[in-house]
Design a protein around this ligand. Structure first.
Ligand code: NAD
Ligand code: DAU
Length: 355
């Protein structure tokens, strides 16, 4: 197959591309605008492979994306490009509306026109796989239940509302035009190459630098963590074996309170990096409670039984093994971290945590 992957320079997109290039014979075209979150260094292990290609393109650029479809002739589109950071969506929602809603609309329209002109045999094999989030379901407050594929949508933040809107557009393009779409809604990912504005990489990097470890509110919010390579494997399985029109929830039953995640990272660092910055006796002493995120979702938890029962997917990594691997990766790859801690990253950290 020729697989067009949008957002392939991001955290999950780069893991997906590494997986497909290394484990299959498909050709991949990575279409990415390279926002602050996009980083081609995350693809250094596949960049020399003749089956990997890159186009520096914005998904909202209708002409350029149409040209890419005509040149590359995709058999499948895996759509990951998005603005993804909840805190940034709270202080600046406009780019989230533009990329996540308008961008998805443009991509659907271009895919539809392209797909309608394919010969019949290719038409039936074509897939548009939309990669979405569990945040579209809102949060689970005072309940021990889980998000299933039929949980009603109730997004809380500008980010999750924009993703929910994009999910609705994708389903409408199936129902109205017959475009063969598949959706996945995944829980919080973690692992190597994660941009350090998100909780886990931020905590590891700040701890190694002897900086405060910011915990929002009381730290008792719960996230359900999935190792990114398990997610990449699930996405490929859904693309190749999932049913048209279906959505699949992806998660690993790793529910953790934020404060426990931060404490665990501190404990792992005590083992793996016992020599600390000057003046720090224990990493956990760096934990600092800060003001809460507005509208902060309390708990996410995924019921992943559908993808397990129908497609046979189960995660390989448990939280302790995955977190240890992740911490080790950041210790061993200081250059990757240094290279992204540039102006834009520092601006965000200074503005968000010092205001
Ligand atoms: P990320 O922020 O790490 O990367 C996003 C990528 O999209 C970047 O490479 C960026 O340059 C690119 N991009 C942004 N705007 C673009 C545009 N207009 N045109 C082209 N490229 C653009 O994101 P991620 O964490 O890898 O998430 C990927 C997808 O998975 C997103 O759709 C997100 O909603 C979804 N998701 C993420 C998580 C998670 O925990 N990270 C969980 C569930 C679902
Ligand atoms: O659930 C899937 C979602 O997970 C994805 O759709 C999003 O793209 C992804 O960013 C992630 O969203 P979260 O908001 O859950 O991730 P984040 O790492 O920003 O925060 C995780 C939790 O940690 C959340 O409850 C807020 C808290 N937090 C976060 C930061 C950055 C802190 O306590 N301190 C921090 O400094």
């Amino acid at each position: 197959m020729n697989i067009l992957i949008t957002g392939g320079a991001g955290f999950i997109g780069s893991a997906l591309i590494r997986f497909i290039v290394q484990h299959t014979n498909h050709r991949v075209l990575n279409l990415d605008k390279l926002t602050y979150a996009g980083n081609l260094e995350s693809l250094s292990s596949v960049v020399a492979n003749p089956r990997y290609h890159f186009s520096h393109t914005d998904i909202t650029d209708y002409q350029a994306v149409t040209q890419i479809f005509n040149d590359f002739q995709p058999d499948a589109v895996m759509h990951l490009a998005a603005e993804t950071h909840v805190d940034r969506s709270i202080t600046g929602a406009a780019q989230f509306i533009q990329t996540n809603i308008v961008g998805t609309f443009q991509l659907l329209e271009i895919s539809r026109l392209y797909w309608e002109n394919l010969e019949k045999s290719k038409q039936s094999l074509f897939r548009f796989h939309h990669i979405s989030t569990d945040e579209v379901f809102g949060d689970l407050v005072n309940t021990d239940s889980y998000f299933t594929e039929s949980t009603p949508y109730a997004p809380s933040s500008p980010y999750s509302a924009s993703k929910a809107a994009s999910d609705h557009l994708v389903r409408a393009w199936l129902r109205t035009y017959g475009l063969p779409v598949i959706l996945t809604n995944c829980s919080n990912n973690y692992g190597p190459y994660h941009f350090p504005e998100k909780l886990i990489p931020l905590t590891i990097i700040n701890a190694l630098a002897g900086k405060p470890l910011p915990v929002y509110g009381n730290g008792e919010q719960i996230r359900d963590w999935l190792y990114v390579e398990d997610h990449a494997r699930a996405l490929y399985l859904v693309l190749t074996q999932g049913k048209i029109g279906e959505s699949y929830n992806i998660g690993a039953h790793n529910e953790q309170r934020n404060i426990d995640v931060v404490q665990k990272i501190c404990s792992i660092l005590e083992q793996l990096a016992p020599v600390k910055p000057q003046g720090i006796s224990h990493y956990k002493n760096l934990i600092t409670y800060v003001k809460d995120r507005p509208g902060h979702d309390v708990r996410y938890a995924i019921d992943a039984s559908k993808i397990k029962m129908e497609l046979g997917w189960t995660p390989k990594e448990n939280f302790d093994s995955g977190l240890t691997k992740t911490v080790s990766w950041y210790i061993e790859n200081p250059e990757w971290v240094e290279n992204i801690q540039s102006g834009e990253y520092l601006n965000w950290i200074n503005k968000h945590y010092n205001s």
